[in-house]
Design a protein around this ligand. Structure first.
Ligand code: ATP
Length: 431
């Protein structure tokens, strides 16, 4: 990482931890490497991102996307049929003197080849067992992706929702991979959240829907507030393509250390439904009323990472400003995405001001995420609200008691304006 970017990375990680977005997991026991817990603001931000994702995929009238929420532990047959048991592995070498294990494509420079073992496959799925007796029939795996939960429910959704292609099924949730080289904070962890869509269409229309999803997902990242300059598309070369994909385009983000994946859009063809049909013996075809034929639909998959998106958003929203010779730091979250949208700051802890602040909170909290902040000087409270990315602060002062008005401060411009309490709902609904 270049020096300046390393600094940005370290600052973002520090603020994320200091302000309650992300904590090291098991921190009172010294932590568990590359495992993280999401704190109050992190949970709000993560929920806002996932709600925004659901909202976006449902807003086109001409396509239907049905939600599912599938089990983390599925039958091991699922992972046999999907190819994960056989294919989901990275070749690894051990460095004999230290016992460190490296991915073949990530061996640090300077290591003596003589000291390395022959590459071996390493399966990335976490294995556990169910039931009281442990034997080969009790072996199960924590899912390494949410996608397979969708494929094994294809027929259930088709039948119960009377779905007609083209249509999609979407799933958000935790996935687990025993990554060899986790790191870079929450960019690559062993436990993470994915947001995946499998979109079922006719083969003749695969390119149209592929382009549709690449554009739609790219627009979504922009509307989330990630600047265009920090995003790009990268198509996989033939030797990089996964065994099931005929085409893949990654949406990449400019992380502090360089470009990296944010989401992959892949044409998975009929691979998954055909494999599950063959392995399960169940009919997973679609009856096309136009041609009177049974077909296995082609699948376009936009597969993104929720926790990775949260990290990208933290990096791209982080700003430092010089104000009166002092530096203030802020996250420039969009109004809809910010964990707290409106901070309510009574100028003092006097009962009359707290009372008005509570009334304002009651007025606003049905529509907005608000917080009353009473601790410390007003300057320090502005600083904290800037740092956690709150777009607006309302200050309740002694004049408020007479003129029934408050001061609204804009996070980005720091401009302040006086607004009547009676007009507050209008003010925020106009944003
Ligand atoms: P990478 O090349 O970074 O390992 P991948 O190509 O294996 O990712 P996919 O299988 O396409 O990832 O998963 C879809 C998305 O899930 C990724 O684009 C990423 O956002 C997210 N993701 C995958 N692995 C991790 C991880 N270990 N930690 C956090 N997010 C992840």
């Amino acid at each position: 990482m270049e020096e300046t970017n390393k600094e940005l990375f370290e600052k973002v990680v520090k603020i994320a931890q200091a302000r309650g977005f992300v904590f090291n997991a098991s921190s009172i026991y010294g932590g568990l490497r590359s495992s993280y817990d999401y704190g109050p603001l992190g949970v709000l931000l993560k929920n806002n991102i996932s709600n925004y994702w659901w909202k976006d995929i449902n807003q086109d009238n001409d396509i239907s996307v049905f939600p599912v929420d599938t089990a983390i532990i599925q039958s091991s047959e699922v992972w046999k049929a999907s190819g994960h048991l056989a294919e989901f592995s990275d070749p690894m070498v051990d460095h004999k003197p230290t016992g460190e294990r490296y991915r073949v494509d990530q061996i640090p420079e300077g290591l003596d080849k003589e000291d390395l073992t022959e590459p071996r496959q390493f399966n990335l799925m976490f294995e556990t067992s169910i039931g009281p007796v442990q034997n080969e029939n009790s072996n199960v795996y924590l899912r390494p992706e949410t996608a397979q939960g969708i494929f094994v429910n294809f027929e259930n959704v088709l039948r119960t929702m009377r779905a007609k292609i083209p249509f999609g099924i979407a799933n958000i949730g935790k996935s687990f991979r025993n990554e060899i080289t986790p790191g870079q904070f929450i960019f690559r962890t062993r436990e993470f959240e994915q947001m995946e869509i499998e979109f079922f269409c006719k083969e003749e229309e695969e390119n149209k829907w592929f382009d549709f999803w690449v554009n739609k997902r790219m627009d979504w990242y922009k509307s989330l507030g990630i600047p265009e300059d920090n995003l790009r598309l990268r198509e996989h070369s033939d030797n990089e393509l996964a065994h099931y994909a005929s085409k893949t385009v990654d949406i990449e983000f400019l992380y502090p250390w360089g470009w990296g994946e944010l989401e992959g859009v892949a044409n998975r063809g009929t691979f998954d439904l055909s494999s599950h049909e063959k392995s399960s013996g169940k009919d997973l075809s679609y009856f096309d009323p136009e041609s009177n034929e049974k077909i296995i639909p082609t699948v376009i998959e936009p597969a993104g990472g929720l926790t990775r998106t949260l990290f990208a958003l933290l990096c791209s929203s982080y700003v430092e400003d010089e104000v009166n010779d002092a530096t203030r730091t802020l996250f420039r979250f969009e109004f809809d995405i910010a964990p707290i949208q409106i901070g309510i700051l009574p100028l003092s802890k006097k009962d009359e001001l707290i009372e008005v602040s509570n009334d304002i909170k009651n007025l606003l909290q049905e529509s907005y995420r608000t917080e009353i902040d009473v601790t410390q000087s007003i300057g320090k409270r502005y600083r904290r609200q800037d740092e956690i990315g709150t777009p607006y602060c309302i200050t309740v002062d002694f004049e408020t008691l007479d003129d029934k008005s408050v001061t609204i401060r804009n996070r980005d411009s720091m401009e302040q304006e006086r607004v009547a309490i009676a007009d507050l709902l209008n003010f925020f609904s106009d944003i």
